[in-house]
Design a protein around this ligand. Sequence first.
Ligand SMILES: C[S@@+](CC[C@H](N)C(=O)[O-])C[C@H]1O[C@@H](n2cnc3c(N)ncnc32)[C@H](O)[C@@H]1O
Length: 247
Amino acid sequence: MAEYRWNQSELAAGYDAGATLVHPHYLEVQDAILAEMGQERVTVGLIVDLGGGSGRLIERVLEKFPDTTAIIIDQSQAFLDLAAYRLERFSDRVSFACRRLQDDWGDVITEPATAIVSMSAIHHLDLEEKRQCYQLCFNALRPGGVLLNGDEVRPVSDADYREQVERWAAHMQELIDAQAVTPAMADALRGWRERNVEQFGQPRVSGDDCHETAATQLAYFESAGLRETGVAWQRELWTVLKGRRPV
Ligand SMILES: C[S@@+](CC[C@H](N)C(=O)[O-])C[C@H]1O[C@@H](n2cnc3c(N)ncnc32)[C@H](O)[C@@H]1O
């Protein structure tokens, strides 16, 4: 079986180097998550990042909220090695778990979490895996704790969805043509285009880009037990979904 693309160290390094170029709203999504954490007063205690990759979001969380600790859960040791390097100065406040989000990762949570954040990761889970993952989030949150998922979320209409994936693919092509990303990242972007533009409308399997609508995912938030659910921020293909575990 082919190795999951995210486990290749060249791709992990290429993504880390190119994230803010490739993702047109990378820092805005992070800004929205950090702003929500402040507004929702979840700025003290344990913050968990699902699919936290090379630690870019948790770095900003730990900098901005000094009374937090963090756990990054990610299935890629290559990404976690980059995260450990990036977060060396926070080594007493952060730990790492190499786990798949579709498995039961609840045992790595050392205390009820104040917030669970995630960015550009949960869309790799298929629909049933997302449902299970959101249930694990509910279980891991303390009463009053908040889930914030800043992810690729498809619009309801196929025409709008197609337009958005084509627009992003064109942006990716410009970066490839300008040699602004590493060769491994360029290969990954070509793969993204193939799956999302050339094979638009074809069935997706776990590990692909399993884009779902906000409504579908918020219904799963609700069935997991989360309340005050909604869209905290939205632009093109990117949305921050939020929900709170009731007190
Ligand atoms: C696009 S990168 C995003 C990384 C980071 N969240 C960021 O925004 O910079 C996707 C990340 O999700 C992780 N990932 C993908 N599928 C996963 C799964 N099934 N379980 C855990 N992590 C997964 C990858 O290893 C990778 O670190």
